[in-house]
Design a protein around this ligand. Structure first.
Ligand code: CP3
Length: 356
């Protein structure tokens, strides 16, 4: 085991909630909390390109700490992006201003799989590990640090579409046209993800979240075959590798955004993830009923509800806690915070969660 001598942890609420232990107040963090809605982030972005920030541990650390310095949050998440994996596999990824990620040479058909490389993650993505280690020291034990990755199907979507898409039609067509090559691609991505998550824990990540942001494009059969199968494999292999390296396991969060209730059930019953993230379309009371008592739920206020009045945001947060219940619950939004969200809304949301 690598000895980092990290400062001891002062706030472990999110770890307790993930493991199903009682907490004195609801732990809260916000997806995309280190980002564009913060003026201090804008200042850094005005001077540096997006991926330069990701690749420079001092900058990534600084941006990760920005929301922690401003707000009473119970977790931090390392500043990076899910698309560093396609990059490490040899695809060019650019962050186009006002557009989002662009992959100018996407995978068109299975012949293009030969363009992908199986990187040595410890070298190609070392900068993420270094950012994590540095951030653990700078956090000084204030809150745990979350590491993350995109899930295979979500990354495959970007690799084939060449960027965001409202239909994912090209990527979904692969599932029917090239099922075998789809599995080959998903397996290649999965192998990279497993090494990447293990590296993040070795570097100091105390929780891991897997973003299946494109879960909404799959019916239950497709979810089972192309998403769940690999999510389960990721969890099992990461835990096994950590055990073999004599490193304590960390809780894992799966966020299958837009997955159907049946798909969520498949994931919950399997128990390969301690925590399931829910988007805002899922009813908290129904989710509790359907997903059983052995999983922690995370979420799920509509990011757009952050545009209501502060009093309303506080009331919504409190209502959410009473609907989810105070055990096995982690407060969050149902997707990433939007770029022009008022800072005062973040304060109200956290206040509401903590006062519930
Ligand atoms: O949560 C955090 O604060 C940590 C950093 C983080 C970023 N991206 C930084 C970022 C995390 C966890 C992500 C995950 C991510 N990236 C996901 C999964 C979560 C989700 O939203 O579903 C996805 C799909 C991506 C891909 C991506 N990166 C998109 C679609 C975009 C453009 C839209 C957007 O949200 O800005 C990005 C760019 C990006 N990633 C920015 C940030 C701060 C803004 C880029 C900029 O500064 O110009």
């Amino acid at each position: 085991m690598i000895e980092h001598n990290f400062p001891s942890l002062k706030n472990d609420r999110i770890l307790k909630a993930a493991r199903g232990e009682p907490v004195d107040r609801i732990p809260v963090w916000v997806m995309r909390q280190a980002g564009r809605y913060l003026p201090e982030f804008q200042e850094i972005r005005a001077q540096h390109d997006f991926f330069t920030v990701c690749q420079t541990p001092e900058l990534a650390c600084q941006v990760t700490l920005q929301p922690i310095e401003r707000f009473d949050l119970d977790a931090s998440i390392i500043f990076s992006d899910i698309l560093v994996i396609p990059q490490a596999m040899g695809l060019k990824v650019e962050m186009a201003p006002g557009v989002g990620p662009v992959l100018p040479q996407p995978l068109v058909d299975p012949n293009d799989l030969s363009r992908l490389i199986q990187p040595n993650v410890n070298e190609a993505l070392k900068y993420v590990g270094d950012a994590i280690t540095l951030t653990r020291h700078k956090l000084n034990g204030r809150v745990p640090l979350i590491g993350f990755t995109g899930a295979p199907w979500t990354l495959m979507g970007y690799m084939i579409q060449g960027g965001g898409s409202s239909t994912m039609a090209k990527a979904r067509s692969w599932l029917y046209k090239y099922p075998e090559d789809t599995h080959k691609l998903l397996q290649m991505i999965t192998d990279v993800i497993v090494d990447y998550l293990v590296m993040q824990v070795k570097a100091g990540a105390q929780l891991l979240q897997v973003f299946e942001s494109n879960g909404n494009y799959l019916d239950d059969a497709l979810f089972t075959n192309y998403s769940f199968k690999y999510l389960k494999q990721i969890s099992e292999r990461v835990r096994k590798q950590l055990k073999e390296a004599n490193i304590p396991e960390v809780p894992m969060i799966a966020f299958p955004k837009g997955a159907t209730m049946n798909s969520l059930k498949i994931l919950a019953m399997d128990q390969s993830y301690e925590v399931i993230g829910l988007d805002w379309t899922v009813d908290p009371i129904e989710a509790r009923k359907q997903l059983g008592a052995n999983v922690t739920l995370q979420g799920n206020m509509d990011p757009c509800a952050m545009y209501s009045s502060q009093d309303e945001i506080i009331a919504r947060a409190q209502k959410m806690v009473s609907n989810f219940g105070k055990t096995r619950y982690i407060g969050n939004l149902g997707h990433g915070i939007l770029p022009d969200t008022p800072i005062s809304s973040m304060e109200a949301f956290i206040k509401g969660m903590h006062s519930a």
